[in-house]
Design a protein around this ligand. Structure first.
Ligand SMILES: C[S@@+](CC[C@H](N)C(=O)[O-])C[C@H]1O[C@@H](n2cnc3c(N)ncnc32)[C@H](O)[C@@H]1O
Length: 269
């Protein structure tokens, strides 16, 4: 049994994440979720932006920006300056291409780099932002301390992430994290503790796990009913079977209250 507490990590590194997002996985996630690769899409981005109070004067750093869907959405909607940081060259290239096409380049910068060693000076941004991606990062303490460093005084950290919610067997823990290539997931309380340790004041901490389970079923139906043929045609039956098997495990674990999603907002003090 793996307790709902820290300690265990799978041996995934930035190289594995890179390989995965350079390959078909990035494409598959976009097929399932859209170019904003997180649960709830545009609606969730707006919720977080409104909670933070983003406006045209806010400078935002999106850590693990992938295709830049939320980056462009924020720039387009609020007129703010946004920087996207991602470790996968393919994601950065695609994000730049889409941004140029939308003529949003004057508001947006993309930077290739690791969230654990952010290529920015201290006190650069008003908001450090993340959506459903920090589960890939191998050291959440270091990630949050980097966020703290690059934030201006009284800056805001705002993110959603996939989290561990309940205890699970060793096999379940390995299967769930292994399928996604997550080294481990934080818990909601774990994130709160890290934020406090790094001297953030907690402004919001919300468990969104019921909504996460609902979305898992939506993605499973989409995969089986609408995307199956396209995936088999493009990537073969084995890829479809692997995706279906992995997603089924996530649906079950979400229904059983073992995995979920949370939202946290904190202020640098
Ligand atoms: C699920 S996607 C992010 C989705 C994005 N936040 C959105 O809402 O559209 C995960 C991304 O995290 C990036 N990533 C994972 N680990 C990283 C790290 N340590 N540093 C920078 N990027 C990382 C991957 O390259 C990938 O593009």
């Amino acid at each position: 049994m793996v307790d709902i507490c820290k300690g265990k990590k799978l041996d995934f590194t930035i190289a594995d994440v890179n390989e995965i997002y350079e390959g078909p996985v990035g494409v598959l996630w976009e097929m399932l979720m859209g170019e904003q690769i997180h649960v709830g899409g545009e609606k969730e981005t707006d919720i977080l932006a409104n909670k933070v109070g983003i406006n045209k004067d806010t400078t935002v750093l999106d850590v693990c920006s992938a295709l830049g869907g939320p980056v462009r959405h924020l720039a387009r909607k609020f007129g703010c300056k946004v920087t996207g940081l991602d470790a996968a060259q393919k994601m950065i290239n695609e994000a730049i291409k889409r941004t140029e096409k939308e003529k949003l380049s004057q508001l947006i910068t993309y930077k290739l780099g690791n969230a654990l060693d952010m290529p920015f000076k201290a006190k650069t941004f008003d908001v450090v932002w993340g959506q459903d991606a920090w589960c890939y990062v191998t050291d959440k303490d270091k990630l949050i301390s980097e966020a703290y460093r690059v934030l201006k005084p009284e800056g805001i950290i705002a993110f959603t992430d996939w989290i561990q919610v309940g205890n699970m067997t060793e096999q379940e823990w390995n299967d769930l994290n292994g399928f996604m290539a997550f080294p481990y997931m934080e818990t909601l309380d774990g994130y709160e503790q890290i934020l406090k340790k790094m001297r953030f004041e907690i402004l919001e901490k919300e468990d969104l796990s019921k909504d996460f389970a609902r979305h898992c079923h939506i993605y499973q139906s989409l995969l089986r009913d609408e995307l199956k043929n396209a995936i088999i045609k493009e990537y073969g039956n084995e890829m479809f079977e692997a995706a279906d098997d992995g997603l089924s495990k996530w649906v079950k674990a979400a229904d059983e209250g073992k995995v979920g999603r949370g939202r946290l907002i904190g202020k640098k003090i």
